[in-house]
Ligand binder design. Structure first.
Ligand code: HEC
Length: 487
């Protein structure tokens, strides 16, 4: 038998190299091992040129399940079982998956679409909604937004700045004299909230501004990470200066952690004016089940820091007196229902199992014993989704959207959405409206997608909805553009 005819490319390596250089781009790419893996394993669903087919395009800048390299890596490695994306962890090495992510990024760059353009109009179920950029520049990782009146708002930036917006204009000077924060990982300056009587008599809460932030001690671990924990203070802003500071909550120093994630932290007030704030489990998941520890909890204190007499662990015998609920993983949304006055919390799960909870004094929300969560290794966190004595979420997301800030709709702007919960998702870059009736979520409508990581939601006195984004660091304003005629 004669040997099969060999193409010139391999017959003369040097000539082959020259020809390869002269060949058009696509064939060169075929030499890339990642391109070959893509063609073999992914093209059948995502399209030969990555522009979609049975599954979505990966070059249109739109990512449903997270846009960061770490999100892509996770989705390829563990799959997204709920929607039929297979898991490649068992068949591809980490290096091969990294190669695929690079390959996808290069294709995306070539297509020139980093993210879809910002919409100016949304067509939602009830309204045509106008979208405008409210603050388009000058912010760095904005974390929280709250309104003092129709004209005045406060914004925190995670690196440690408190900013004031007047008449839609961001004061270029941050408020001076706010405390140093531990700006690392997920930590920094987090929540800003105003006293329920902010515009009233200074003798009765007038002018108080509440902040939560990650506070570090001098004590460091061997990698140089200081011990830190969420802390709550209040003060007043006078002539753009932070004054009258009072410390409201500080955890025992023995409970501080050297991790820099899962700090919580939101603040909200109930109709009696008591202050609720959240601390995540700081990466120590079992701590969430121990009411004697501050992390993995929602706390309740009076506005001056004292412990309400009817707190579930008020006497300190079985838990920290400030603890209101426990078994919470990383609560980053806390909102008071405008009618019932109940406290609603949103909480990050791991890869699955983000939750909306309705908080009850002394209740255990189950983390990590019962959860709909899927761990980052693709395994369920717990065999149990329910257990006696542990609360069920009102609603959950799987896969997780990385649920963050939330706010109840109120005011004139969107009357059909009165008392609906607007929630943001960081990872999935989504803004969703949860229609709530009788303490249940009746349906969920996605309002925005792929415009940026949604960190917080705020409502102004008129009822317009504000969306605080990270990457890009801007704030959007949603107003009523007319009732939808569609039915
Ligand atoms: C059997 C079909 C199928 C195959 C094969 C497949 N995928 Fe997917 N993939 C999906 C589906 C379905 C989704 C969910 C989104 C959608 O509907 O397109 C998805 C989602 C994704 C996402 C998340 C997209 C986003 O919007 O956040 C990434 C990244 C991804 N796939 C990469 C890959 C890679 C890389 C391969 C090859 C190793 C691959 N997929 C193979 C079906 C497939």
């Amino acid at each position: 038998m004669t040997a099969p005819h060999r193409p010139a490319l391999s017959a003369n390596p040097r000539l082959g190299f020259l020809i390869l250089l002269l060949l058009p781009q696509p064939l060169l790419a075929a030499d890339d091992p990642s391109a070959a893996i893509y063609a073999e394993k992914c093209a059948s669903c995502h399209g030969a040129n990555l522009s979609g087919g049975n599954a979505q395009s990966m070059v249109d800048g739109e990512w449903q399940f997270g846009s960061r390299d770490s999100d892509l890596t996770r989705n390829i490695k563990f799959g997204i079982s709920a929607v039929g994306m297979p898991n490649y962890g068992p068949t591809l090495s980490d290096a091969e998956i990294r190669g695929l992510v690079k390959f996808i990024r290069a294709a995306q760059k070539k297509a020139g679409v980093e993210r879809p353009p910002l919409p100016t109009q949304l067509y939602t179920r009830d309204y045509d909604v106008k979208v405008a950029t409210w603050i388009g520049q000058g912010l760095e990782v904005p974390w929280a937004l709250t309104f003092a009146d129709a004209d005045t708002a406060f914004i925190t930036e995670r690196p440690g700045r408190l900013r004031v917006v007047r008449g839609g204009v961001l004061d270029p000077e941050p408020v001076s004299g706010t405390p140093n924060v531990h700006n690392a990982g997920q930590g920094g300056l987090m929540e800003v909230a105003l006293d329920p009587n902010y515009n009233g008599d200074p003798a009765d809460g007038g002018g108080w501004v509440y902040l939560s932030y990650s506070h570090a001690l001098g004590r460091k671990d061997k990698n140089g990470n200081p011990a830190s924990m969420t802390r709550v203070i209040r003060g007043r802003v006078v002539d753009n200066k932070w004054t009258d500071q009072q410390l409201l909550f500080e955890a025992p120093q023995s409970t501080y952690k050297h991790t820099s994630h899962h700090y919580g932290s939101r603040i909200a007030f109930d109709p009696q004016g008591r202050l609720y704030f959240s601390i995540g489990e700081r990466g120590f998941q079992d701590d969430a089940q121990n009411p004697r520890l501050p992390n993995g909890k929602v706390h309740r204190i009076e506005r001056n820091g004292l412990i309400p007499k009817d707190n579930p662990f008020a006497d300190g015998a079985k838990g920290m007196p400030s603890v209101f609920t426990y078994g919470n993983r990383n609560p980053q949304g806390l909102s008071t229902h405008p009618v019932t006055g109940a406290m609603w919390e949103t909480e990050h799960g791991p890869m699955g199992g983000d939750e909306v909870n309705l908080l009850k004094a002394g209740a255990n929300y189950g983390w990590p014993r019962v959860t709909y969560g899927i761990n980052y290794n693709g395994e369920p966190v717990s065999e149990l989704q329910q257990a006696e004595g542990m609360e069920q979420p009102v609603y959950y997301w799987a896969p997780s959207i990385a649920v963050c800030g939330s706010e109840f709709c109120r005011g004139e702007e969107f009357p059909r959405w009165a008392n609906h919960l607007i929630v943001g998702g960081l990872g999935h870059e989504t803004l969703q409206r949860l229609a709530i009736a009788d303490d249940r979520v009746m349906h969920n409508e996605q309002l925005l997608k792929s415009v940026g990581r949604v960190r917080d939601v705020a409502i102004d006195p008129q009822g317009a909805i504000y969306v605080v984004l990270n990457s890009p660091d801007i704030v959007l304003k949603l107003t009523n553009g007319g009732k939808a005629l569609r039915q």
